[in-house]
Design a binder for this molecule. Structure first.
Ligand code: XMP
Length: 188
């Protein structure tokens, strides 16, 4: 798996140090009161597990299954809510966690829905934000790292379902992308 990586963009120790600062800011910023953390599956799972163990206040954890990429390396432009039940957020403050901010469509759609469902305060945290214009206007309060506009894997992020368990964020070799794409998503 490690051999498939062209370049490590953000190594494990750097990520872990950054999470200390993000968790401290979250602890400081949210007013007292019930806090629901919503984890966007599956990409934000690893980020959430490491970040939330650093947050010192009581939280409730919910997950949302939202599809926006459908296994390719380019956004489909459409956001689907896949769960049959939406988490109960009425009257509660919400921290939304996602792996990466790319076009902004996913967070935009989820934040809209949270407002419709009656959340009183919604803040978002992403591990990564791509440095590019957003297709959908979205403000994200906590950003781990700004990166260039390239496809990345690891630390929760996948290519065709693989590489989520790499402990760092990296860029795949072009030959690996081509081989796996041609094989219809099978590991090379
Ligand atoms: P949008 O475009 O809605 O995208 O901001 C957010 C979702 O798209 C996926 N995404 C990526 N996944 N490497 C990935 O593994 C990437 O470079 C990448 N860029 C976007 C991701 O699921 C994210 O939640």
């Amino acid at each position: 798996m490690r051999n498939d990586i062209e370049r490590v963009l953000i190594d494990e120790a750097v990520i872990q140090r950054r999470l200390d600062a993000m968790a401290a800011a979250i602890d400081r910023d949210f007013p007292p009161g019930p806090l629901v953390v919503i984890i966007l599956l599956k990409g934000a799972l690893v980020f959430a597990a490491d970040l939330l163990r650093r947050v010192g206040r009581p939280i409730a954890i919910e997950c949302l299954n939202v599809a926006s990429y459908h296994g390719a390396t380019a956004s489909s432009g459409k956001v689907d809510f896949l769960d049959c039940q939406f988490p109960e957020v009425r009257g509660r403050q919400v921290l939304l966690l996602d792996d990466i901010l790319d076009t902004g469509r996913t967070l935009h759609a989820v934040i809209e829905r949270l407002r419709q469902e009656g959340a009183v305060r919604v803040r978002s945290a992403v591990l990564l934000a791509k440095d590019k214009p957003r297709a959908a206007a979205v403000s994200v309060e906590y950003v781990g790292f700004e990166i260039g506009d390239e496809f990345v894997v690891g630390y929760g992020l996948d290519y065709l379902g693989h590489y989520r368990n790499l402990p760092f964020v990296g860029v795949l070799k072009a030959a690996v992308v081509a081989r796996m794409g041609a094989a219809g998503g099978m590991a090379g």
